[in-house]
Design a binder for this molecule. Structure first.
Ligand code: NDP
Length: 418
C-alpha cells in the first residue's frame, strides 16, 4: 500500500489497514499514539507517546476499533492514582501478577466511539467500516489511544443520530446504570412503569443518563443535585428535584412518598438515611455505586479485602431486611454490547440525549483530567481522538452545555417532540 499506517488509520482504508496489521508489520508500523501512564500518581504521570504497540486481533471474537472519540469517568482519575490496581492486574493477566511483572504502560479511557478496522474470524455482528460504540472494561487497555481492541460482545452499533463526540459520552455510564438498575435493582423496560425511583447525584454522568432511561421506561424520577443543576435534570425529565445544598436532604426527601428503588451515586453517609426512604416490606431496593470493594482489596490484599467487603455487604444487607424489609445492594459497571443496542434505539428515537459538558482535543488529555478533578460534573467530559472529528468538535463547542435555563428549554422541546 502506498499509504503509511497512520494515514490508512485516519482515512479509514480498512482493507489496506487490515493487511498491514495481519502481516506482522515492522515495529515502527505497529505503533500508535496514546496517552499512557507508567506509574500511578497525579496528573503528571500522564504521558503522550506515538511508540506504544497497537493492539491486534488475538482471538476469533476480537474487534479492533479506530477510536474517533473517548470520554472520561471518575474511574479514570481513580485508576490513574492506582485504585483497583490489585484486582485489575489479576483480571488482566494472572500469570504476570504471579510473576510480579509490571502492568505498565497502561492506557486509560473507558468509552469509545469509532470505526471497526479489523475483526476476528468468528465475528458476525460487526464488520470493518461499521461505526460502533462501546465501554472499555477497566481490565483492558483504554480508549485514549488511536486503536482499541474489544470482544464482539462488548461492541454495539453507534446511534445514527449522534456524532462520535456525542456517542462517546454514553456507553460507560449506560452500562453502569443498566447493570445497577436492571441486574441489581430489578427494574426493566416492562416493570419500571410508575415505579418511584430516587437518584442521588443526578447531575453527573450516571445520573443524567439514568434519569432519561427511567423516564423512557415510564418511571417516576426524583433527583438530588445542587441548585444550579436543577434546570439540567428537569430538562432531562426529572419529576421532582431536591437541592441537597439547601438544608437537610434527608428531611426534604422524608416528606415525599416512599421509593421502590434508590440509585445512589453519591455514597458516604447517604446510605444511613436512604434506606428509610424505601417502601417497607415491598421488595424495594437501595443500590449504591460507591462501594468499598476495590479499596478494601487495594489496602488489605485480594483475599483479605474480598472477605472484608463481603462481610460488610452481608451485614448491611441483613440490617436492611431486618429493620424494614428492604434490600441493600452494591451496583457495578458491567460491559454489555446488547444492552447498548437497546440504548442506541432509545437514542435514535430521541428518548435519550447525550449530555456533553466539555470536550477536549487529544493533545489536551491532561487538561481534560484537570476538568474531571474539579468535580461538579454536569454530564460528561469527552476527548476527540481522531482528526476527522475536529470539525464536529468545533460545532460541538457551540452547543456545549453553558446555560442551564436554555439547555432545559431545548432538552424539554427535543424530548417532547419525541
Ligand atoms: N461501582 C461502579 O461500578 C461504578 C461506580 N461509579 C461511581 O458512581 C458515582 C457517580 O458516577 P458519575 O455520575 O460518573 O460521577 P460524576 O462525577 O459524573 O457525577 C457526580 C455528580 O454528583 C453531584 N454531587 C456531588 N455531591 C452530591 C450530593 N451530596 N448530593 C447530590 N449530588 C451530588 C456532583 O455535582 P455537584 O458536586 O456540583 O453537586 C456531580 O454532578 C461516582 O462515585 C463513581 O465513582 C460510577 C460508575 C461505575
Amino acid at each position: 500500500c502506498e499509504f503509511s499506517t497512520k494515514t490508512l488509520a485516519r482515512t479509514g482504508c480498512s482493507v489496506c489497514f487490515r493487511r498491514y496489521i495481519c502481516s506482522s508489520p515492522p515495529r515502527s508500523q505497529s505503533c500508535m499514539s496514546a496517552w499512557v501512564i507508567d506509574q500511578y500518581g497525579t496528573n503528571g504521570v500522564l504521558r503522550y507517546t506515538e511508540e506504544i504497540t497497537a493492539p491486534t486481533i488475538k482471538s476469533a471474537t476480537d474487534v479492533m476499533i479506530k477510536v474517533c472519540a473517548a470520554s472520561l469517568n471518575p474511574l479514570d482519575m481513580s485508576m490513574r492514582g492506582g485504585y483497583g490496581s490489585k484486582l485489575l492486574k489479576l483480571r488482566r493477566d494472572p500469570l504476570s501478577m504471579m510473576n510480579n511483572e509490571s502492568e505498565f504502560p497502561l492506557i486509560l479511557g473507558r468509552d469509545v466511539s469509532g470505526v471497526v478496522v479489523d475483526c476476528g474470524s468468528e465475528v458476525t455482528y460487526v464488520a470493518p467500516g461499521d461505526e460502533v460504540w462501546a465501554s472499555v472494561p477497566p481490565w483492558k487497555q483504554g480508549s485514549l489511544a488511536e486503536f482499541v481492541t474489544l470482544s464482539e460482545y462488548e461492541v454495539s452499533h453507534k446511534p445514527k443520530l449522534l456524532s462520535h463526540i456525542e456517542a462517546a459520552s454514553i456507553p460507560y455510564v449506560a452500562n453502569t446504570a443498566l447493570s445497577a438498575l436492571v441486574n441489581t435493582g430489578g427494574l426493566c423496560r416492562d416493570s419500571a412503569s410508575n415505579k418511584r425511583v430516587l437518584i442521588t447525584g443526578g447531575s453527573g454522568g450516571v445520573g443524567t443518563f439514568s434519569i432519561q432511561l427511567l423516564k423512557a421506561w415510564g418511571a417516576h424520577v426524583t433527583v438530588t443535585c445542587s441548585q444550579n443543576a436543577e434546570g439540567l435534570v428537569r430538562g432531562l425529565g426529572a419529576d421532582e428535584v431536591v437541592d441537597y445544598t439547601a438544608g437537610d436532604v434527608a428531611e426534604q426527601l422524608e416528606k415525599m412518598e416512599r421509593f421502590d428503588v434508590i440509585l445512589d451515586g453519591v455514597g458516604g453517609d447517604t446510605e444511613q438515611w436512604a434506606l428509610g426512604l424505601l417502601k417497607p416490606w415491598s421488595g424495594a431496593k437501595y443500590v449504591t455505586l460507591v462501594t468499598p470493594l476495590l479499596f478494601s482489596m487495594d489496602s488489605m490484599g485480594l483475599f483479605g479485602g474480598a472477605i472484608n467487603a463481603g462481610v460488610t455487604l452481608h451485614n448491611k444487607a441483613i440490617q436492611g431486611v431486618l429493620s424494614n424489609g428492604v434490600f441493600y445492594r452494591w451496583g457495578f459497571y458491567a460491559p454489555d454490547g446488547p444492552a447498548l443496542d437497546e440504548v442506541s434505539r432509545l437514542v435514535d428515537s430521541g428518548k435519550i440525549l447525550p449530555v456533553v459538558e466539555a470536550h477536549f482535543p487529544f493533545t489536551q488529555v491532561p487538561q481534560a483530567f484537570l476538568k474531571l478533578e474539579q468535580g461538579h460534573a454536569r454530564g460528561k467530559t469527552v476527548v476527540t481522538v481522531a482528526e476527522e472529528d475536529s470539525r464536529q468538535a468545533d460545532e460541538m463547542a457551540q452547543r456545549t452545555y453553558t446555560d442551564t435555563a436554555e439547555t432545559e428549554q431545548e432538552m424539554q422541546e427535543t424530548l417532547k417532540q419525541n
